[in-house]
Write a protein that binds this ligand. Sequence first.
Ligand SMILES: N[C@@H](CCC(=O)N[C@@H](CS)C(=O)NCC(=O)O)C(=O)O
Length: 222
Amino acid sequence: MLHLHHCVSARSFRPLWMLEELQLPYQLHMLPFPPRALARSFLELNPLGTVPLLTQGDVRMTESAAMCQYLAATHPDAGLDVPPNDPAYGAYLNWLHMSDATLTFPQTLVLRYGRFEPAERQQPQVVVDYTRWFLARLRAVEAAVAQSEYLCAGRFTAADVAVGYALLLAQHLGLAPQFGPATQAYWQRLQARPGYQRAMAAQLRAAVEQGVPTTPAPDTRP
Ligand SMILES: N[C@@H](CCC(=O)N[C@@H](CS)C(=O)NCC(=O)O)C(=O)O
């Protein structure tokens, strides 16, 4: 059985979306954000205190983009993987890594210094600079989806899930109106997917059932 520890709309949405695209059985363990402060017992499972945590037997993973790759590769018949013998393999890996290292990272600074820190520690200049950084890096997505419906391999893959989460986070930050036209259309296509919609519904249902708030606590730093 796959077990996913998740906070609403955190990076753990990536593997949740993958699980719903693949329609696999899984158990979703909801945590308040940040678990490090609000669910201390989680530190016994993941000393980093971060989500996602994905476990399956002896497999234990804490990186969301790697989970997308893992779930796609272990269920190749679903067609979300790009294997090493595919000419798009390099592009696929590049998008998977870019999704977190290049696209999500600057957004966490915007979140932290614009929203989560107490007022006296907020840094408006950091918010402006890293918003600009994110939007500049997003030009790579704009160029790719201006030419093709999906990022690589001419079809929807785990790379679209990983990068799609960066667009979801940007939407939460109010940045979606600044997406280029091709990125806007791509983001609409991703949100229209039944797998995306099932993942959204699953996290809200589980949050209510497990008594977890659907928004982060104020003054909590990522
Ligand atoms: N690179 C990791 C980052 C994991 C991460 O930092 N997750 C955030 C939520 S999006 C978290 O759990 N923050 C809580 C904390 O830092 O205490 C990934 O992609 O999964």
